[in-house]
Design a protein around this ligand. Structure first.
Ligand code: UT7
Length: 330
């Protein structure tokens, strides 16, 4: 399979920063509990900036660094679980904001694996020739669906966006994706139910096997998701390596979804990889779902942690349950 080349990476996070101590003022928690259980110190929270604005800002940064012009982009994929509208898609808004006259534009909902799913889709559009260059952006305003009365989840989530501009490349490349809908009930934020003139309140309940979460807020069974994550992360990396015909030791840097430092440490141990090969920025951003991998990717490039010829593995897991990895060569 033809590979990809990343031409530019961009990131954007709202300037408003909330510390662990700030949370101890609204729920029964502490900096000690949050940091020791998750590795998080801060997260950036939107002060009204909509998801499209976060996404657009990251895309503009990535486009500028790529050296391409907006009209060179044939495909926009936005990974998000917190879009601003049912319709139109975030991707169409980004197209408008970037001033692109004609391109394919679509949103992807694969939760924290969304950026990985987006890169996989873009690579296939590029390989078949329907797109020359693509922008994939993960953007979230998780504060829209966070229940700030639930200490078990509210301390975890942040807002932000990360984007990359892709084109065809020649080096090592493989993707490995998966999902397990039997775990859908473990991480849920409910949409509004239908309301119309024939609904009068005596309708039968449809059992969807999903717990009744509070309004539209996010509910997470942390323990179940944790158990899934420590298996899914190393599995996805190993399978991507197998598909590419390389071994895990050949990877220069792994960029995992930033959900919990303990998940990343356990995965590193299981893969036999030292922690300095795992890109971590969870202290600064918390868990930003589909934005977390590109935010960490941007940091890795900015800090010069990778060089030409290096093999990099992006790996995500999250609600759905979904998981996936992208292995590419710089
Ligand atoms: O991005 C999508 C993927 N998401 C994830 O991967 C998240 C996976 N899950 C996790 O990272 C962890 O399960 C959590 C960080 C969510 C929770 O950590 P834990 O070590 O599994 O804690 P726990 O749920 O077992 O709770 C331990 C204790 C409980 O008290 P008791 O029952 O032992 O008295 C909780 O009530 O900690 C309590 N607790 C808290 N205490 C202070 C839960 N949240 C808090 C809190 N502050 N914020």
């Amino acid at each position: 399979m033809k590979g990809i080349k990343i031409l530019g990476i961009g990131a954007f996070a709202p300037s408003n920063v909330v510390s662990n101590d700030d949370f101890s003022k609204i729920v029964d928690t502490s900096d000690e509990w949050i940091y020791s259980r998750t590795g998080m110190k801060k997260r950036h929270l939107s002060k009204g900036e909509p998801t499209w604005f976060l996404a657009k800002s990251a895309c503009e940064d990535a486009l500028k660094k790529s050296g391409l012009k907006a009209e060179d982009i044939d495909l926009i994929i936005v990974a998000t679980i917190t879009p601003d509208y049912f319709t139109p898609s975030m991707a169409c808004i980004i197209q408008r904001e970037l001033g692109i006259e004609k391109c394919i534009a679509v949103d992807v909902n694969a939760a924290c694996s969304g950026f990985i799913y987006g890169i996989d889709m873009a690579s296939k559009y590029i390989a078949c020739g329907d797109a020359r260059n693509a922008i994939v952006v993960g953007a979230e305003n998780l504060s829209k669906i966070t229940d700030y009365t639930d200490r078990a989840s509210c301390v975890l989530f942040g807002d932000g966006a990360g984007a990359c501009v892709l084109t065809a490349g020649e080096g090592t490349f493989a993707t490995y994706l998966g999902a397990d809908g039997s775990g859908a009930k473990f991480m849920v934020a409910r949409q509004i139910p239908p309301r119309n003139m024939i609904i009068n309140g005596d309708e039968p309940e449809f059992d969807d096997g999903i717990p009744k979460s509070k309004e539209h807020y996010l509910f997470m069974d942390g323990k179940e998701v944790y158990k899934f994550a420590i298996k899914a992360l190393p599995h996805a990396v190993e399978m991507a390596c197998k598909k590419a015909g390389i071994s895990v030791e050949d990877i220069a840097l792994i960029i995992p979804h930033q959900a919990n430092i303990r998940i990343i440490e356990t995965a590193a141990q299981r893969l036999g990889v030292p922690m300095d090969k795992m890109q971590v920025n969870i202290e600064e951003y918390g868990n930003t779902s589909s934005a977390s991998i590109p935010l960490a990717l941007n940091e890795a490039y900015e800090k010069g942690k990778v060089k030409k010829g290096d093999k990099v593995c992006l790996v995500g897991f999250g609600a759905g349950l979904t998981y996936g990895a992208v292995l590419y060569e710089i």
